[in-house]
Write a protein that binds this ligand. Structure first.
Ligand code: 13P
Ligand code: ZN
Length: 263
């Protein structure tokens, strides 16, 4: 049950940060077969969920996915009602092996999650986790900042020294698009070919990576930078991190940072 413990702990922390109110946010995590075997019988299919897009890239993989309408607040104390473990059985079917005990089903954002997993796996074979959250200051910034990905990247990099170290590839931003739909999934996944983090204007953030610590740390760092942006907005700025400072940092930390923004 180690995988369930580590994921429910992260869900609880996200809730306690006020980044996932009510049923806001969702998570999907690629589990190894030995991890699933620790939790349930991998041959006992409970129910199926059908998707009309192509999942063939993921066939045979196991996913832990939060249920639609479920609250992050409740996952730690009741994982079996709020989470499900599924195997991608064929190009259009997820087979439920554990969880959703009260008759639930995967998050409404599952198509976007699964499309993001496909694109991230193509660029990083060790990729495992996608978290969608509603971080307060990231959403605030989408009200008061333009939605250009390079402008966001530059401004967030300049808010604090740590930003460029944690997300050297930058951050992508999408305009408001209907959530839970096909278009938002296609556009988010397209950005995931180059970025691990995508902002949805007036909605939240999709963040991806190899481990719970990496993805949680990415969300925290982006939200912290956005918080500094919002807390200093409207004040006279006496100094900031310069392009030269960022280039110096990139050299010192050997960062493969996105070019064309500060140089
Ligand atoms: P679900 O309850 O379907 O996971 O939706 C929550 C959400 O944040 C939608 O973007
Ligand atoms: Zn959401």
């Amino acid at each position: 049950m180690k995988a369930i413990e580590e994921i429910t702990e992260i869900l609880d922390l996200l809730y306690k940060h006020d980044w996932d109110e009510r049923n806001g946010g969702n998570l999907s995590y690629i589990l190894k077969e030995e991890e699933v075997k620790e939790i349930c019988d991998i041959n006992n299919e409970i129910r199926e969920f059908k998707y009309d897009f192509d999942l063939s890239y993921l066939v045979g993989k196991y996913f832990l996915i939060t249920g639609t309408g479920k609250y992050f607040k409740n996952c730690l104390k009741d994982p079996e009602n709020n989470l499900g473990i599924m195997k991608v059985k064929d190009a259009h079917t997820l087979s439920l092996l554990w969880g959703y005990n009260d008759g639930g089903r995967p998050t409404s954002e599952a198509p976007t999650h699964l499309k993001c997993h496909i694109e991230r796996l193509k660029v990083d074979s060790e990729h495992r986790l996608v978290i969608h959250s509603h971080p307060t200051n990231v959403i605030c910034m989408t009200h008061v900042h333009d939605l250009d990905s390079n402008h966001w990247t530059e401004d967030l990099w300049k808010m604090q020294t740590e930003s460029i170290v944690v997300f050297p590839e930058g951050i992508a931003v999408l305009p408001w698009i209907l959530c839970g739909g096909e278009q938002i999934g296609i556009e988010t996944a397209a950005k995931m070919q180059e970025y691990r983090a995508v902002v949805w204007a007036q909605h939240g953030l999709f963040a991806t990576g190899r481990t719970p610590d990496e993805v949680y740390g990415l969300i925290e760092t982006i939200e912290k930078a956005a918080q500094i942006y919002m807390m200093t907005l409207g004040y006279k700025h006496y100094q900031s991190i310069t392009n030269e400072n960022l280039i110096e940092l990139a050299k010192a930390f050997n960062l493969n940072y996105r070019h064309g923004i500060i140089d």
